[in-house]
Each structure stands twice: as structure tokens, then as C-alpha cells.
Design a protein around this ligand. Structure first.
Ligand code: FES
Length: 176
């Protein structure tokens, strides 16, 4: 004997209020939550291994605070200069800084690099005699463009976004 499906499309014999249907719904919801938690855990783990200096891994920000670090005229042409962010009250070890090189007078003629070593975040120093950035912690070095050259660092120093406003160089502080 042939049975006919009900007009509302439900499976014959299944009741949307039945415990079996509810159980299936709860299992599917539980799997969705577990999948979301897993994705969050994976993203957090990747961010831990590759610190937040990788821009594409950063959480999106609605406000990008730019901080003034130096008057453009105070920056020597063609030389790296260390510029600190934050207030004078910050502990020296917590002070963040950027290396800035002014190549000319055009707004795009600056190179701004985070001073934090990409290995473990120690502040790198520019050695003009060796034309290298040198990290004091584990001896990592970077060339004059900020590309890693030797030692533990696996990637270049992070480039930092900047703006020129009213004669001041402003850098995006969450890049540092
Ligand atoms: S923190 Fe710079 S080489 Fe390790």
C-alpha cells in the first residue's frame, strides 16, 4: 500500500515537538557552537604564535589612533631616527618606539618601522657603522630596509602606517 506525504512537507510520523526532533536540533546547535569555539581557538593560537604585528591577523578596529612622534623638520634626511610613542611617565621598558627615515620632502618619502624585534619584541638598535638594526636579546639583525638578515627573526621589522599633519609625523600606534 502506498503512503502519501503530508502536504506541509514534514516527514510522516515526525512531530516537530517530539523529543527526537528536539534532540536533533540541540545536537546541530551544539555542533555549530563547538565549530565557532574551535575557529576562535585556532585564531587565538595563530595570534599567539605570530604576535599581533601581522596586520592581517589583527582584530578590526573602528578607530585607528594616530600619534604624533616628531616634527617633520626635526627628522634628518636619509638617517634613521628613533621616535618614542607614549608619555614620559611610561616605564622605559614599556615605551614603544618607531624607527623613522626621511627620504625627502614628499609625504610618501618616509619609512617608518616598528622598533620591536619580530622574534620576541625586544627593541632593536640602529648601528650606522654596520648599516644594520641589531637586536640585543638574541643577536638578530636586520638590514637598512628592515629585512631580517641573521639570527632568530623570521620576518622583517613591521612597517608602520603614518600620516603627515600640520608639519608633524603621526604614526598608527597599534602598528607599533
Ligand atoms: S628578540 Fe630579537 S632576536 Fe630574539
Amino acid at each position: 500500500m502506498e503512503t502519501q506525504a503530508p502536504a506541509n512537507g514534514s516527514v510522516p510520523g515526525s512531530n516537530p515537538q517530539s523529543p527526537a526532533t528536539r534532540r536533533r536540533f540541540l545536537i546541530a546547535a551544539g555542533k555549530s557552537v563547538a565549530a565557532l569555539v574551535s575557529v576562535g581557538a585556532i585564531v587565538a593560537a595563530v595570534r599567539f604564535v605570530y604576535p599581533p604585528s601581522r596586520r592581517w591577523l589583527r582584530w578590526p578596529r573602528i578607530v585607528a589612533p594616530f600619534q604624533a612622534v616628531a616634527a617633520v623638520e626635526s627628522l634628518p634626511l636619509g638617517e634613521w631616527k628613533l621616535c618614542a610613542l607614549g608619555s614620559d611617565n611610561d616605564e622605559p621598558m614599556k615605551k614603544r618606539a618607531v624607527w623613522v627615515r626621511r627620504e625627502g620632502d614628499k609625504p610618501d618619502a618616509f619609512r617608518v618601522l616598528s622598533a620591536a624585534c619580530t622574534h620576541a619584541g625586544c627593541p632593536v638598535a640602529w648601528r650606522s657603522d654596520r648599516k644594520l638594526f641589531v637586536c640585543p636579546c638574541h643577536g638578530g639583525t636586520y638590514d637598512a630596509q628592515g629585512n631580517q638578515k641573521s639570527g632568530p627573526p623570521k620576518r622583517p621589522l613591521d612597517a608602520v602606517d603614518y600620516q603627515i599633519k600640520d608639519g608633524q609625523l603621526l604614526v598608527r600606534s597599534d602598528d607599533v
